[in-house]
Structure formats: C-alpha cells, structure tokens
Design a binder for this molecule. Sequence first.
Ligand SMILES: Cc1ncc(COP(=O)(O)O)c(C=O)c1O
Length: 400
Amino acid sequence: MAFLADSLARIKPSATIAVADKARALKAAGRDVIGLGSGEPDFDTPDNIKEAAIKAIRDGKTKYTNVDGMPELKAAVAAKFERENGLKYKPSQISVGTGGKQVLYNAFVATLNPGDEVIIPAPYWVSYPEMVLLAGGTPVEVPTTQASGFKLTADTLERAIGPKTKWLLLNSPSNPSGAAYTRAELKALTDVLLRHPHVWVMTDDMYEHLVYDDFVFTTPAQVEPGLYDRTLTVNGVSKAYCMTGWRIGFAGGPEPLIQAMSTIQSQSTSNPSSIAQWASVEALNGPKDFIPAHNKVFKERRDLVVSMLNQASGIDCPTPEGAFYVFPSCAGTIGKVAPSGKRIENDQDFVTELLEAEGVAVVQGSAFGHGPNFRISYATATSALQAACERIQRFCGNLK
Ligand SMILES: Cc1ncc(COP(=O)(O)O)c(C=O)c1O
C-alpha cells in the first residue's frame, strides 16, 4: 500500500507468530494440535512478584516514573549486575524499557547510521535482523554450524569484521539453538574484539538463568573487562521470572549510549509500566528458589525431547546448554515424500507437512537464518511434549 512507509518493505513479520496463528486456526477448526512454537515459560509468575504489583496499585504507584526506569528498579538492576555478573554500573549507566525487545531496539536506533553493519551469528532470534533494518542499519548474518554447536568462532568473527562493523550481537543462551558460550569460547571472541576497537558488543543475556548440567553463565564484559566501555549488556525479567507479559527489560552500558537510548524512549513510549517496574524490583531483590526448581523441570524436558527426537528417523538433535529450545536438523528427511504426497524439499516443507499430518506446530529453522533445522520450544507440559515427540517419530517413520 503506497501510504505505508518504505521501511516496512524492508522487514518481514515474525515467523514464530505466524506459526502460532496457524496452529490456533487449525485448533479452531477442530484439529488436535500441539503447539511447540511458544517462546515463553509455561510457569506462572511467582506469587511474591504478583503481590508486589498489587501493592504498587494499592499504594498509588500508578503515575509516570523516570523515563528509563525508577531509581528503586535501577538500584535493583545495578545490584543484580554486580551480584550475578561481577559488573559495576551506576544508575546513570542503566536503562529500563518495555521488555528486552525495546531496549535492544533503542540501542540500534541510538547508534546506527545508514551503512553501519551489525554482525549477527545465525541461527539468530527472528527480531534481530529486522530491528537492525528498521533502525536503518545493515545486518550481516554470519553462519555457524551444528558441528560447532551453533557458536561463532574466533576465525569466523575475524573474517566478518569490516570497517563498517558497528556491533557484534551475541545471544547466549541462544534463541533458537539453546547454545551457550563457555567462558573460554567467549574469551576467544573478546580477544578478537580487542584488536578491533571500533566494534562494540551488544549481548542479549535474556536466558542467563536457564542453563543446565552445571553450565556456568558468563557475559562478555565480565570475561574481558577491557571491553566494558564498549559493551551493552542486555537482560530482563521475562524468561527467568516468568514475566513475559509484564514487559520489563534492562541494560547496563556506557553512559552516553544509555543517555541516547533514554532520549529515544522519552520521545516514543516514555517509562515502562510503573506497576510492572515495582513487580520487577521484587523479582530482582526477592527470593529466587523457584529458578532452580523450574530449571530441574526444563532439564528433564530437554533430555526427554532430545532423546525422543534422536530416535526419529532422519532427525539429528544436539543437546543444548540452555534456554528452553532445541534446534534439530531434519536433513535426513529431505527428498522423502509426506503422507500428503508432497516431497520435502526443505525445513519449511518439513514443518508444514508435520503440522498437516500430525498436528504438531514447530518453527522452521530458515526463519532463524539456519536450515534445514527446526525449533521446538519445550516450555510446555511434559505430557504434551512426549505426545508431540511420538507424533514426530510417527511422521518421520511414515515418510517414503
Ligand atoms: C533472545 C531473546 N531476546 C529478547 C527477547 C525479548 O524479551 P522481552 O519479552 O523482554 O522483550 C526474547 C523473547 O523471546 C528472546 O528470545
């Protein structure tokens, strides 16, 4: 439509939302569908956090706050960064926004000029390239391999950096692969960055707390203090605290960047919900015993799904370190014929035929910049996961 902005032509709608819509439509038509597309914990927000929000409403904490976060929340975020990541940030170095998504977007809008490049290792979260494009920059997708655990290596990073590179965007644990970088793996990357002082790091640590098997989470500015002055450390309460709907994310970074992000927020959305901010103060300062309890369940589900998928003919599923996703390859099914008579040419065909034949909704890996894989979210009831994996096994077994 001619009335719409040109920038809209550059971006595409979210594939994960498209899958959820399709699954909902099939369900509405009476089909028995198991949706494994969702990117949010199935656990409820803990009661102490809900109570803090209710108290905020009762106490009349319902007015505008500082644009990029009220002092109490900035203090809680600063304490979190120091306690959990060994990073010291002053309140003026902290930005709070409406979800991690807004914080990331603000940072791109605040820094990207036309032609500026952002290195995005693939597979990546669907929103990264689109955000960079909307902000007027150029996403540079750098493929990784299943053999390297879907992780960027020092050599690949070195080759991807050019004079126009502004940011390296890291996401560990990753959506969609679940891959998380060890300290040594991160150090190899930060060593490369030390040699390229014009490149900054934006690290999306949203899944920090969702790691399994004694994996130790680290973040770039912690691994390499020499990068502190050019790192934006992004995190939030959405995933670990089961608060996706509350919409609070935050970042710590150099003051001039944080100021610029605040200016953008001041002229667009202003402060995130005051009530959600009070809930987040409680989340960050309050008890955290539910996190290991949730992780125990997530780990059991991960192990179940990985094991069942590896028993499906043509599927190869690595065991990821964290998040609540697995990202198996369906390469072994390519060229086979589905019950509908359609030949499977790629991961898009695989997920479409799986949904048609067995009513299991997963997301094609090409939406995340890496095929022929697909993403399963195991943030859903264990019984549903088991049933879905049985259907996937049957679907793969029936391919001719
Ligand atoms: C990698 C990653 N970063 C950021 C976000 C956004 O988080 P929020 O809900 O806080 O905006 C998500 C949500 O799916 C995500 O997967």
